[in-house]
Write a protein that binds this ligand. Structure first.
Ligand SMILES: [Zn+2]
Length: 464
């Protein structure tokens, strides 16, 4: 069955768009042509997208869907439904917030069994090396299993708040980088220096500090800078491909940009909350906005936007990591309140509104940051990440002029809170297609339709 999507626009460089028609057959883009140039072929189904802006489906390279093991926070069905409603057609789920953590072939298989039937959108899986898994004599074999098993990339932490997935010291990270390089697998690094944060945390807690500002004071820009500086050295020495996840500071971005210019294979991701929020917001919103790294200053925020515009930042992902709301965000202490915010559903509309419409980045750059570049990072750019003939027909339909207000209760993930609540945005996702099939539609009367869970499929790195 061929489907012809008509009455739509697609990006055409910079902020330009052009009227087009898209033909999908067998789940792939078969033709993308200027509007009105084609006549209907026999047996085609037509879908009128009523002037919508069609974008390549976003690939959120950093989500914690917590399944199996922590499904009081999120599960794969609710997480991927939220993704679909946000125009995210592929998520890349982290290895550290499910039980068992994904550290080898067995745990990868366990995870797949738990989540596959729940997926509303396509997904990839990060593997990882924790302190505990490194302690086993066969950690290299386990890493090799992940590479051969199709893990998207490997995650390590310089500093971890999780007992189920502990950090590695820098020397151990170097050894993981070396091993990962041998498999051609990129390594995502949570880059905050454990010594700096540890000492500050101890001192601040000793004097009774227990406010959001104290949490922020324990995790200064310097902690990120020190870790990034050390990781760059490891990257240089091993030749590994490193991606610094959830970068939060301008100073660390400067280091990464300089290293990249010097030929080091390092890149960085930031998240919408670092582009939107500052310490003032953390103080105002309290634990709701608690994340690690913590949000920084207005100057950092501007530097990150500049990096998004210039290409110094490679990707934008959400670090979607909800707590059980409200219990885990109101434990009585900022130190034990859960660190993490949902975000997968607001990624694309937020960037369209505050990036493209506000004139900070072009439409073309936004698509690179959330689709083309993540596809390159995870080795699936021959399958996904662009509106191009032969690729999976994954796309979002956006109404670029529609103004709407983010309301936590209207999100689709399990625990509905968001630091973006009350934010008015321009541009809203109306529909989402994965391999040519509608997985989400918002009807004119407000009804929301989702395809059944299980329509999303696992995408392995290295798959032809
Ligand atoms: Zn994360």
């Amino acid at each position: 069955m061929r489907t012809r999507f008509v009455n739509l626009r697609i990006p055409a460089g910079g902020n330009e768009t052009v009227a087009a028609e898209i033909v999908v057959a067998d789940g792939l883009f078969e033709e993308i042509v200027p509007a009105g140039n084609q006549t209907a072929a026999g047996g085609e189904q037509w879908v009128n997208l009523r002037g919508g802006l069609v974008l390549p489906g976003a690939i959120d390279g950093h989500v914690h869907f917590d399944d199996p093991g922590f499904t009081h926070r999120e599960d794969f069905a609710s997480g991927t439904a939220a993704a679909a409603a946000g125009g995210v057609t592929c998520v890349v789920d982290m290895p550290c917030t499910s039980l068992p953590p994904v550290i080898d072939a067995d745990s990868l298989a366990t995870k797949l069994r738990a989540i596959q039937a729940k997926a509303h959108v396509d997904f990839m899986l990060w593997g990882g090396v924790s302190g505990d898994s490194f302690d086993r004599p066969d950690w290299r074999e386990r890493l090799a299993e992940l590479a051969e098993g199709g893990a998207a990339a490997l995650k390590v932490y310089c500093l971890s708040g999780m007992s189920s997935f502990t950090a590695l010291d820098y020397d151990r990270i170097d050894r993981v980088l070396e091993a990962a390089a041998g498999h051609g697998l990129p390594v995502g690094v949570h880059a905050e220096d454990p010594t700096i944060v540890g000492e500050l945390t101890e001192a601040i807690r000793a004097r009774g500090g227990d406010r959001p500002a104290d949490w922020a004071a324990a995790r200064p820009v310097l902690a990120e800078v020190a870790a990034v500086r050390r990781i760059i050295e490891g990257c240089r020495a091993t030749g590994a491909r490193v991606h610094i996840v959830h970068l939060s500071s301008g100073a660390a971005l400067e280091l990464i940009a300089a290293a990249r210019a010097d030929g080091v294979a390092i890149s960085a991701e930031t998240c919408p909350h670092y582009l939107e929020h500052t310490l003032d917001d953390l103080i105002r919103q309290g634990a709701l906005l608690k994340t690690a790294p913590v949000v920084k200053s207005a100057d950092d925020r501007e530097r990150l936007w500049a990096g998004a515009a210039s290409g110094e930042l490679f990707t934008i992902a959400t670090d979607h990591a909800p707590a059980q709301w409200p219990e885990e965000k109101h434990t009585g202490s900022i130190w034990t309140d859960y660190g993490g915010v949902p975000g997968v559903e607001t990624l694309l509309p937020y960037l369209h509104s505050e990036g493209v419409t506000a004139g900070r980045i072009t439409l073309e750059r936004m698509v690179e940051l959330v689709a083309a570049n993540p596809a390159r990072l995870f080795g699936i750019d021959h399958r996904k990440g662009a509106l191009a003939e032969g690729l999976d027909a994954d796309f979002a339909v956006l109404d670029p002029e529609v103004r709407w207000t983010v309301r936590a209760s209207e999100l689709h993930n399990l625990n509905r809170y968001t630091p973006f609540k009350g934010r008015e945005l321009t541009g809203r996702v109306r529909a989402c297609y994965v391999r040519g099939r509608a997985v989400f539609e918002r009807k004119a009367d407000g009804r929301e339709l989702f395809a059944p869970a299980g329509s999303g499929r696992w995408v392995r790195r290295g798959e032809p």
